[in-house]
Write a protein that binds this ligand. Structure first.
Ligand code: SF4
Length: 435
């Protein structure tokens, strides 16, 4: 039997190799996974032209996935450095890479990604539109934008962020409901500016059905962009954000009617006490579609440490229903991240995702923590490094401040006062020598 998308296949009862792989990875019954894919509660972004993809499922019933943003900008345009970041991200277990390149000829790098990278690849076609045509924003037509979506689909991109949810009504709303930070989404601001300059409706909204036809043909998952995501705590959960979310719910339904898979993007900057409610509202309005959050950052005052502010928010979000975390690096709000920033961002979001999976009771999620506890009790340092999320850093810290020889089984924090050592000795009837 023929199928177009993974959703179409699941609805027809066809077990694709992607569905089979995801079921194995998630230790989930095939029938249960297929039902979730058919209902849109799990997306398996898998463009038919991304031949080397190692597929992953995204949904709140599955392990929380993380995405790494990279790509050249006009100020940092070395594609070799971006490729180093890709290799690092894949090596560290990132499930998705978003190429946000906004300078030069973007197609070769995008094609290299879909030809060589096993992680899901995402893009934001509106960024590419200006550089692809080398024309100013106001001169682009709706057809130009849609042709770039088609180009990315042909190139094998697995998911595209489309800012379909803002309309001409949003222009009035942004002016009426004053926000501290207006629109902070790069793609959202471009669409807003294009609408303001041309007087036309958002092309991604107006020609949504045409876009869905493209996505269905190549099995590109639509990631509904949140142009009005709050860019500071004061703007969180305001009229602009919620009004756009309602439209994203309508657009989710329309995509599913086309058998097109959907993820819905979410905030942003949100105080901790509002995160669970945000997840609940999204899950309800968007009927359980996977929620892809960009943070949320729980305070605005930590530039240089926003991998931490977002990991706190990401853990709470994932525990309450978000299924996909976009990493944030220490360079957020400051500069294009370098390779080390990328590493810090990945570690922080992996910790958030893993902590949430344990809290959600994802089968097997805590196994590695239990192994770590056993290794710690046995003071087995090699095993501890094996279980560590970043073994290299853990080993380097221990080696740099090693304990003295006569208590080398401990660490230099407590030395002979080591509680673990004392308890092991006490429980086995040995003498505890401290002095
Ligand atoms: S010395 Fe202290 S910190 Fe180090 S392993 Fe023993 S109890 Fe833990």
């Amino acid at each position: 039997m023929e199928y177009t998308t993974q959703m179409d296949a699941a609805r027809k009862g066809i077990v694709t190799k992607e569905i089979e792989t995801v079921a194995k990875k998630e230790k989930m019954e095939l029938s249960k996974l297929m039902q979730l894919v058919a209902e849109g509660k799990v997306a398996i972004p898998a463009n038919k032209n991304h031949k080397c993809l190692n597929p992953e499922g995204v949904g709140s019933a599955l392990r929380t996935k993380i995405n790494v943003n990279l790509g050249v900008s006009r100020d940092c345009k070395d594609y070799n450095v971006e490729m180093q970041k890709v290799l690092k991200a894949v090596d560290m277990g990132a499930e998705a890479i978003m190429d946000l390149s906004s300078h030069g000829n973007t197609q070769p790098f995008r094609q290299k990604l879909t030809q060589e990278c096993p992680a899901m690849i995402g893009t934001v076609p509106v960024y590419d539109s200006v550089i692809h045509y080398q024309r100013d924003l106001a001169t682009l037509t709706a057809k130009d934008f849609i042709d770039v979506v088609r180009l990315h689909a042909e190139d094998g991109v697995d998911f595209v962020t489309l800012h379909c949810g803002i309309t001409r009504k949003t222009i009035d709303q942004i002016r009426t409901h004053k926000r501290k930070m207006n629109i902070v989404s790069r793609g959202g601001s471009l669409v807003f500016a294009w609408m303001s300059m041309t007087g036309n409706e958002n092309p991604f909204y107006e020609y949504y059905d045409e876009i869905l036809d493209i996505c269905e043909k190549y099995d590109v998952t639509v990631s509904l962009g949140d142009a009005c995501r709050p860019g500071c705590l004061a703007d969180a959960t305001d009229v602009c954000q919620i009004e756009e979310l309602v439209r994203l719910g309508e657009l989710t339904k329309r995509a599913w009617e086309h058998n097109v898979q959907v993820m819905v993007e979410g905030p942003g900057h949100v105080p901790m006490d509002q995160i669970a409610a945000n997840m609940k509202v999204q899950q309800t309005i968007c009927m359980g579609a996977p929620f892809y959050v960009l943070g949320p950052l729980v305070t605005d005052i930590a530039p240089g440490y926003d991998h931490i502010t977002s990991a706190i928010g990401g853990a709470i979000a994932a525990m309450n229903g978000a299924s996909f975390l976009c990493y944030v690096t220490p360079a957020e709000h400051l500069a294009l991240p370098n390779v080390d920033d990328v590493k810090q961002g990945i570690i922080a979001s992996k910790i958030a995702a893993h902590a949430a999976d344990i809290a959600k009771g994802i089968p097997g999620a805590r196994d590695i923590d239990d192994k770590m506890a056993d290794a710690r009790r046995k003071l087995d340092w090699e095993k501890q490094f094996e279980c560590a999320i970043d073994p290299k850093t853990a080993r380097a810290i221990r080696d740099s401040r090693a304990p003295e020889q006569d208590h080398s089984d401990t660490c230099s924090m407590c030395g002979k006062f080591c509680a673990v050592r004392s308890m092991n000795k006490a429980l086995s009837g040995e003498i505890i020598d401290i002095l």
